[in-house]
Design a protein. Structure first.
Length: 743
């Protein structure tokens, strides 16, 4: 902290009772009026140090959480804007922001100095203790006053101990607080997980502090035992163990909420206002009798639909309802996509970060997946306006995996994301199937597998509508319908197509786990069919971005082998040949893997996201390299993230790893979920070689035909009806003209 005060310039200020400094050096070597030069890396390192202190020193307030969101020359950021006319989106673009007004610098400096003021106050307290040994000489009767509503209060304690020569004494302090309730803006209130052990009255802080004092030595020993094998593994590069453990900061700082798993204790929500109606499926169910009633999954699911319709309302995305008799209710877990993208449990990103949870907190990971399994069965026809075109779309349709579990009313109002209609995204449902099977492999929990199997079947059936030509492969629809949500894709794609192929194989394997032989064979047949189509993207060196022939079609996508990565992580057969996988992985970068590269070696500059480096995707790519025994290249590639985010020579992102940056050192979205994907590397390093399931012999056509009929019926019921364009002909023509003008 002394170094921080010196560099910032606070140690040069006169001591005053009130007010804030008028001028200081602000990371420059001269007065700002004389020179605008700013050492950006020094500033970034200071921010990282302060954030580190805030995580390791409870006596220092974390007051600079958003400090370097505000940019100043020569740092640059990317942002976006939307232009509306008459309620309709005319155009939207991302842009680079080169210079921000000096007022922004003032804002971030004030945020930083607030944290330093806290440190100075602590120094005064410590000096007082050092000089007098206690606070007994102070006359608190003259200075102390009761706090008023909304005001800050403080307290100080000191302990006296005699330390003989050549001896040591330890005085243990414990700081605790008891905030038993979690309240969301839409009115629902939940109890936190720890209230299971300390009660809900809000007066347990003393008991919590007591237990911490008694048990902390054991806790620290257990942490040491957990970390030691990683830290002492000489096979690993020096940077990797600490980065692996430090990236876990986000499980604490990502807005984390852990409830006790019970329904909301208070609710100001009128339950009649939100209906999860399945009425739109009644007409299709009336024709259900033309199927032969055999004991297969399709018939069971159709009967489940009928039962849900009779109840007129289905449940929210509340996975606790899927717990089997005798299973522990571990509670429900929420964490934000990022401090700037404030949606809970964003699923396309959790796909990457979930390795940290399944390895360290597997029961919480299963809890999240139960919530999404319940969400698959949820149908919320209430309308939300899409930013991309100003149209209205259902919030969530039956069979679609939601983008997130919500914002203001999680579990009850899902899909807080409204840039595009994510019911038409092509990666969410395959990611759900793959994560479910991965978690079954990791935990061996057969009850969990049985409980979520209907949702997995429905998630696969829902995607059938996106196979436009019946070749077994889904097609992207010409907009950013996947996690790269500013990068359009059309036709068969390396990313979504590979996930689909892997998901079909995972669905077949999961069917085997739950004893559904018919579905096992049927999904295996669909897997082989889709795999043959996917191979057509191969151009001799890598898999093309998509099959559309557009400007990005031949781009080399860093994430092109996402399906291959997850298939092998689950112990399934590779979806591409080893020589093709190795060829496609021949890429790296000084600061990580660029999302899109052109065949001539230049960065694909067609979109904001194609030219970015995503930290989490780089870690996932490194995990894929480990699978292919390309160990040195894996650590070299992932090392680019360390050098950029964590090293002293980097850009100062310690304990705030962003989603993305560019080769020009522009960053986007600090404190993001996806970098937890570094645990996918550890998953590959720490697990024995996965068992690969044997290929199946040819399946009899009559069996395939029978199961295809049932599957097709379910898929037909799940097919989303095309929304009628609510705009007038004039509006359509005008919007089209405006968009052409802006292209």
């Amino acid at each position: 902290m002394k170094e921080v005060r010196k560099v910032v310039g606070i140690d040069l200020l006169k001591k005053v009772c009130t007010g804030s400094p008028q001028r200081n050096r602000k990371f420059g070597t001269q007065d700002l009026r004389e020179s605008p030069t700013i050492d950006k890396f020094q500033y970034q390192r200071l921010v990282g140090k302060l954030i580190y202190l805030s995580h390791t020193r409870l006596d220092i307030t974390y007051a600079i959480n958003v400090a370097n969101q505000f940019m100043h020359d020569p740092r640059r950021s990317t942002s976006g804007y939307c232009m509306f006319l008459g309620g309709n989106l005319v155009t939207w673009r991302s842009k680079k922001q080169n210079v921000v007004a000096r007022a922004s610098v003032e804002v971030e400096f004030r945020a930083m100095t607030h944290g330093i003021y806290e440190e100075l106050w602590m120094k005064i307290i410590l000096d007082e203790t050092y000089e007098h040994g206690s606070f007994d000489h102070l006359n608190f009767a003259e200075t102390a006053a009761p706090s008023g509503p909304g005001s800050s209060i403080g307290a100080a304690i000191a302990a006296t101990v005699t330390v003989p020569s050549n001896a040591q004494r330890i005085v243990t302090f414990s700081l605790a607080w008891d905030c038993p309730e979690v309240k969301f803006s839409e009115g629902r209130t939940y109890y936190r997980r720890y209230t299971k052990f300390y009660g809900t009255n809000g007066h347990a802080a003393a008991d919590i502090a007591h237990d911490a004092i008694i048990e902390h030595c054991q806790w620290e020993a257990q942490i040491d035992d957990w970390q030691r094998p990683i830290l002492e593994d000489k096979r690993l590069p020096e940077w990797y163990p600490t980065t692996l453990l430090n990236e876990l900061y986000y499980l604490n700082s990502g807005g984390t909420i852990w409830t006790d798993g019970s329904p909301p204790v208070y609710s100001l929500v009128n339950k009649g206002e939100r209906k999860y109606s399945l009425d739109g499926f009644i007409s299709g169910l009336k024709n259900n009798n033309n199927l032969s009633h055999q004991n297969d999954t399709a018939i069971n699911i159709l009967e489940m639909f009928s039962s849900a319709v009779e109840q007129t309302h289905s449940s929210p995305a509340y996975g606790v309802n899927l717990l089997q008799e005798g299973e522990e209710n571990i509670g429900q877990f929420l964490y934000l996509e990022g401090i700037e993208y404030q949606m809970w449990n964003t699923y396309d990103v959790h796909f990457y970060s979930s390795f940290s949870l399944v390895m360290l907190f597997p029961k919480l990971e299963l809890s999240i997946q139960r919530d999404f399994a319940a969400a698959v069965l949820m149908h919320d026809p209430s309308k939300m306006k899409l930013l991309c075109d100003g149209q209205w779309a259902p919030r969530k349709v039956l069979g679609a995996v939601p983008h997130d579990i919500g914002i203001n009313d999680p579990w009850f109002e899902v899909n807080g994301y409204n840039l595009y209609n994510t019911d038409r995204w092509k990666d969410l449902n395959p990611k759900f199937v793959l994560q479910i099977y991965r978690d079954v492999v990791a935990t061996g929990d057969k009850k969990f597998a049985q409980a979520v199997w209907p949702s997995v079947y429905i998630a696969i059936a829902y995607m059938d509508q996106f196979d436009k030509d019946g070749d077994g492969m889904i097609e992207n629809e010409g907009f950013p319908d996947q996690t790269y949500d500013t990068w359009s894709v059309s036709g068969v794609s390396a990313y979504s197509g590979g996930l689909w192929v892997a998901a079909l194989q995972a669905a077949s394997a999961l069917a085997r786990e739950v004893g559904d032989k018919g579905s096992e064979d049927y999904f295996w047949f669909k897997f082989q069919k889709a795999k043959a189509v996917y191979e057509k993207l191969w151009n001799g060196s890598y898999f093309n971005y998509d099959s559309s022939g557009g400007r990005s079609s031949s781009s080399i996508q860093a994430d092109q082998l996402a399906g291959q990565w997850y298939a092998r992580a689950c112990g399934l057969l590779p979806i591409v040949e080893e020589k093709k996988s190795t060829s496609a992985l021949q890429m790296d970068g000084r600061r990580g893997a660029v999302n899109g590269m052109l065949p001539d070696g230049k960065v694909d500059m067609s979109t904001m996201q194609s030219r970015e480096i995503w930290s989490g995707v780089t870690y996932a790519l490194a995990a894929t390299m480990i699978q292919e025994n390309m160990i040195d290249m894996a650590f070299q590639t992932a090392g680019g993230v360390y050098e950029t985010a964590w090293s002293n020579n980097g850009l100062g992102y310690s304990f705030q790893t962003p989603e993305a940056w560019t080769t020009k050192d522009e960053y986007r979205s600090l404190c993001y979920m996806r970098p937890l994907a570094i645990w996918a590397m550890q998953w590959e390093l720490s697990r024995a070689k996965h068992t690969q399931h044997e290929s199946k012999s040819d399946i009899k056509e009559d069996i395939l035909s029978r199961y295809h009929d049932g599957f097709s019926k379910v898929a037909h019921l799940l097919k989303v009806k095309e929304e009628t364009d609510s705009r007038s002909l004039f509006q359509v023509i005008y919007d089209f003209t405006c968009k052409r003008m802006w292209v």
